[in-house]
Design a protein around this ligand. Structure first.
Ligand code: CMC
Length: 437
């Protein structure tokens, strides 16, 4: 048996060290013993953007980016999307196993019980400008829930954690729908317990004066599938934000708000909105080659393409393409699909994209489908945040219960000035322009 260790020769001191390996990693702290002298702090690793650093041990989501594999708790995403509902998958992600029928019944009842918002939270939402971006409203309102449920700060109490997890999963669609109605100036619609999770979301979004909203079953199922696909994605930027903030033992509402903020960026969950803007800018299929030339010249990125982990087709993009076809049977084909398909066709053949292994990601087709379903682009990232809340909470729960975890606090390599004395104002000279200049 080969030894599970690295032998490292430190050329600075001619010392050798034996560093154990576990699961294809070494512990960065094992490098600290490598010093050039008693004053030396010890060797650190330098890894901006965590390109090659595992920050935790996790049993929630498995991704093989080269093969295009995604599994939650061992189950392939394709099977979950085909056979399960979103709340079943949320249960799986949070508790590790698929629920039995009685467990699911109880879980659905509990989540449904927590869909209402406190009336003061509704008033809080009313304070936003009519044109406020829904992600800004969602992020702030999730943070504001921390003031409604002060007991949530007892994060080490498993009973409290379980309650706040249900509250957050139950309330996310309600907040999301209210942000949407707010931007349209429509009255808010209260949750309806007769509906499934996705149907109820559609009800709160689109019910007008009719006595009972009738969700289209194909659209409701498509939405549920999208929720399943977005439920978790291991240590992405927002999950990392959730863990980083959660590691200070901030309450789960504030940690989830931090995760929402991370998700809102155009390189992360905000990309779905950017894809639609990009398709609008391109305008028609014949303009695609000229646009691609600009992407290759580095003028801008092709939104909805590329991924830190996937160096193959994102399996979620494939399922979304399939689900989009089902939606188009009801809504009619979104004209932007032709532009998107042409972008994909050229990208998959073009050397620039092939060499860099850039494939469509989850955001490439989701926006086209959302738009066909009647959603405005500004709400797309909110649609991502609703199901991802289950993933964030599972990651948070795993963090809190992991005895190896501590407050997240990276090191830095200091490259600034050495110690210097403050010069009196009258003796100072301009060495750098004013930052605002
Ligand atoms: N269009 C054109 N070139 C790209 C793209 C793109 N979308 N993505 C990466 N590249 C190029 C990049 O310029 C670099 O080229 P070079 O080696 O010549 O400098 C090379 O590919 C490697 O890219 P990178 O920026 O080092 O890759 P990363 O892992 O840091 O970034 C990413 C990953 C997703 C941020 C990036 O691919 C990107 O900005 N994509 C567009 C935004 C997007 O669609 N984001 C959604 C991601 S999926 C949903 C989610 O999890 O949030």
């Amino acid at each position: 048996m080969p030894k599970e260790a690295l032998s490292i020769l430190d050329q600075r001191t001619h010392s050798t060290y034996e560093i154990p390996t576990h699961d294809g990693t070494i512990r960065a702290m094992d490098l600290r013993q490598m010093k050039t002298g008693p004053e030396d702090f010890g060797l650190m690793t330098y890894d901006p953007a965590f390109m090659n650093t595992a920050s935790c041990r996790s049993s929630i989501t498995f991704i093989d980016g080269d093969k295009g594999i995604l599994r939650y708790r061992g189950y392939p995403i394709e099977q979950l999307a085909e056979k399960c509902t979103f709340l079943e998958v949320a249960y799986l992600i949070l508790f590790g196993e698929l629920p039995t029928a009685p467990q699911l019944k109880e879980w659905v009842a509990e989540i449904t019980h927590h869909t209402m918002l406190h009336e003061t939270t509704k008033k809080f939402l009313e304070g936003f400008r009519y044109d406020a971006h829904p992600m800004g409203m969602l992020t702030s309102t999730v943070a504001a829930l921390s003031t409604v449920y002060p007991e949530a700060r007892h994060v080490l109490d498993p009973t409290v954690r379980a309650l706040e997890i249900k509250r957050l999963i139950g309330k996310m669609p309600t907040i999301a729908a209210y942000t949407y109605r707010h931007s349209l100036g429509y009255p808010y619609v209260y949750p309806d317990n007769d509906f499934s999770y996705s149907e109820n979301f559609m009800n709160m979004l689109w019910k007008m004066a009719e006595p009972k909203y009738q969700p289209n079953p194909i659209m409701a199922r498509a939405l549920d599938i999208l929720f399943i696909l977005h439920a978790d994605h291991e240590q992405n930027c927002s999950a990392n934000a959730m863990r980083a903030v959660g590691s200070s033992q901030a309450d789960p509402f504030l940690s989830t708000a931090a995760a929402c903020a991370a998700l809102s960026g155009p390189l992360h969950g905000g990309a779905n909105e950017e894809v639609l803007k990009m398709l609008d800018v391109i305008g028609s299929k014949d303009k695609v080659p000229a646009y691609m030339d600009k992407v290759k010249a580095g003028e801008f990125k092709l939104m909805g393409f590329g991924h830190r982990i996937y160096k193959n087709y994102d399996p979620r993009a494939r399922i979304i393409k399939w689900a989009a076809d089902k939606v188009f049977e009801v809504t009619g084909r979104n004209a932007k699909l032709d532009i998107a398909l042409e972008l994909e066709r050229i990208a998959l053949e073009d050397d620039y994209f092939v060499k860099r292994k850039l494939y469509p990601n989850v955001d490439f087709y989701s926006g086209i489908m959302y738009q066909a379903m009647g959603f405005k682009p500004e709400i797309f990232t909110v649609l991502f945040a609703i199901p991802r809340t289950a993933g964030w909470l599972a990651q948070w729960q795993e963090l809190i219960t992991d005895p190896e975890q501590k407050i997240a606090r990276p090191r830095q390599v200091y490259i600034g000035e050495g110690a210097r004395d403050v010069v009196p104002m009258e003796n100072r000279v301009v060495v750098a322009p004013h930052p605002a200049a």
